[in-house]
Design a protein around this ligand. Structure first.
Ligand SMILES: N[C@@H](CCC(=O)N[C@@H](CS)C(=O)NCC(=O)O)C(=O)O
Length: 319
């Protein structure tokens, strides 16, 4: 992690945990915004103007949070407006690295960084904390705009004006429902699988696994009335949030994080929903199962010998 802008090799590979052994995720550091004309963001955030070719997104295909920003970039028609770099899927002693794993982008073409943390310390020479993906980078000012995927999703949804299409992932009339359901999914499910996997006590693991499957059961029930998406017939940011965890579940979490009471494949409505979202235009390009497996199974704290399972068979999803 970064301490006063310097990379420290002694970062805790087991992630942070609280007194009861529960996994704790750190909060994001860079929270500026992008708006069509550079006027402040929706909550008064400092903002920079939308311009084609000015912003760059750093992602890892293994990371659900990075992947949801990649999905929004596709769905909003921003793939020619915002360029992308993909880091190697394996998180090493130096954090995320620009390397030559098949499907990664190779050398960094913005500042010639070897490691992602260099982008953080160039942006803030006194930065503290982990160097996480996704990162939304401003090529003009050579600095990070934002490293919080929830913000980046909203920036892409409404910050690029005419440079983006008019798909609305956060329609005004659904905002309240979106926020309620986002909360019902984030902690118990998106983060819940990590809490299950990185738990340092049986009690913390059991607690997390229960919230994971309670949330999956609730989503299955919600979808069983035949609706296409979680909030009805319109795709919203809530679907992107659910999808990124669902698509990793059988391939990685069931094995590595031990969330093996059931697989997504065992839930008929959730499985069909996962495929429906996967089949939306552009979305398959954001899902790389080889990166997901290589990345998660390289977490030495959970898998010391680094063995990557051969399966599972994901052909029902066309993967
Ligand atoms: N709040 C961040 C969390 C992102 C995050 O935790 N990314 C993970 C990968 S999934 C990461 O980069 N971890 C590197 C590390 O912890 O050192 C967001 O949603 O954008």
């Amino acid at each position: 992690m970064l301490v006063d802008g310097k990379w420290s090799n002694s970062w805790d590979p087991f992630q942070k945990s609280d007194a009861k052994g529960r996994f704790v995720r750190q909060t994001s550091t860079f929270r500026d915004w992008i708006t069509p004309d550079g006027a402040p963001g929706p909550e008064g955030q400092r903002a920079f103007p939308a311009e084609a070719g000015r912003y760059h997104l750093y992602v890892a295909y293994i990371c659900p949070w990075a992947s949801r920003t990649l999905m929004a970039r596709q769905l909003k028609g921003l793939s020619d407006v915002i360029s992308v770099s993909v880091v190697d899927p394996r998180l090493g002693d130096n954090g995320w690295e620009f390397g030559d794993f098949p499907g990664s982008s190779g050398a960094d073409d913005q500042i010639g960084a070897r490691f992602l943390h260099q982008l953080y310390s160039i942006s803030d020479p006194a930065v503290n904390g982990r160097a996480t993906v996704p990162v939304l980078w401003d090529k003009a000012r050579k600095t990070i705009v934002n490293n919080e995927s929830a913000d980046i999703l909203r920036i892409m949804n409404s910050g690029f004006g005419d440079l983006a299409n008019d798909v609305d992932l956060r329609p005004e009339d659904l905002v309240d429902q979106i926020d309620v359901l986002n909360d019902a999914i984030y902690e118990p499910f998106n983060n819940g699988v990590y809490k299950a996997g990185f738990a340092k006590s049986q009690e913390a693991h059991n607690e997390a696994v229960t919230t994971v499957f309670d949330t999956m059961d609730a989503m299955e029930t919600r979808l069983s009335d035949g609706r296409d998406f979680l909030l009805g017939d319109r795709l919203t940011e809530t679907d992107l949030r659910a999808f990124v965890t669902l698509i990793r579940f059988d391939a990685a979490y069931v094995g590595l994080f031990k969330t093996n009471r059931k697989r997504v494949e065992d839930y008929p409505f959730l499985q069909a929903y996962t495929k429906r979202v996967l089949d939306l235009p552009g979305i398959r390009s954001t899902v790389k199962i080889d990166h997901i497996k290589a990345g998660y199974y390289s977490i030495a704290a959970l898998n010391p010998n680094g063995i990557v399972p051969n399966g599972p068979d994901l052909s029902a999803l066309g993967l």
